[in-house]
Design a protein around this ligand. Structure first.
Ligand SMILES: Cc1cc2nc3c(=O)[nH]c(=O)nc-3n(C[C@H](O)[C@H](O)[C@H](O)COP(=O)(O)O)c2cc1C
Length: 147
């Protein structure tokens, strides 16, 4: 795919999904099935992280495609406190092989994300999209290596 105007959007949010761990997993699996189908139709790639009750997501694609998805995401009742960290042009995709990669569950991920969040509070909300991208990419390659 040629990406003449490629953008990246990064946000965090708090999950509102209730239920037992297995019910939560089913809801996220269903969400990912729809997300992957729709993303591949509009040229969006990216990654979703879920840990404890937090989401972080990276969307890559045309500015029009990711802005229109973000408007839907902001009003999706499965999460709240959606907070935009970055919307910026990029030269290449980090998650070009995934219509929506997923990382979750690992205790190290929860701890590292909590540390980013804590730093964010100290730095008055300047948590970098780049840090979130790097965290997700690292855990994705760890889980691929051990899969
Ligand atoms: C955490 C989270 C991540 C999501 N990620 C995507 C995504 O990557 N792509 C997508 O199309 N929808 C995603 N959705 C679902 C959208 O909010 C929306 O429900 C879906 O795109 C269907 O929109 P439609 O009813 O207008 O067709 C996500 C929802 C949540 C709560």
């Amino acid at each position: 795919m040629t990406d003449s105007y490629l953008y990246r959007l990064v946000y965090t949010s708090c999950s509102t999904i209730d239920g037992s761990p297995s019910e939560i997993k089913t809801t996220i699996d269903d969400l990912l099935t729809v997300a992957r189908r729709k993303n591949s139709q509009v040229g969006i790639t990216g990654a979703l992280m879920f840990t404890e009750n937090r989401f972080a997501q990276v969307l890559e694609g045309s500015e029009q495609a990711i802005s229109s998805l973000y408007r839907k995401l902001e009003s999706d009742p499965r999460h709240r406190s959606v907070r935009l960290l970055a919307l910026e042009p990029i030269a290449v995709r980090n998650f070009g092989s995934w219509s929506m990669a997923y990382v979750g569950g690992h205790p190290d991920l929860a701890r590292e994300f909590a540390e980013l969040d804590a730093d964010d509070d100290r730095n008055e909300g300047e948590i970098g999209g780049e840090l979130v991208v790097e965290l997700i990419a690292r855990h994705l390659s760890n889980s691929a290596a051990t899969a």
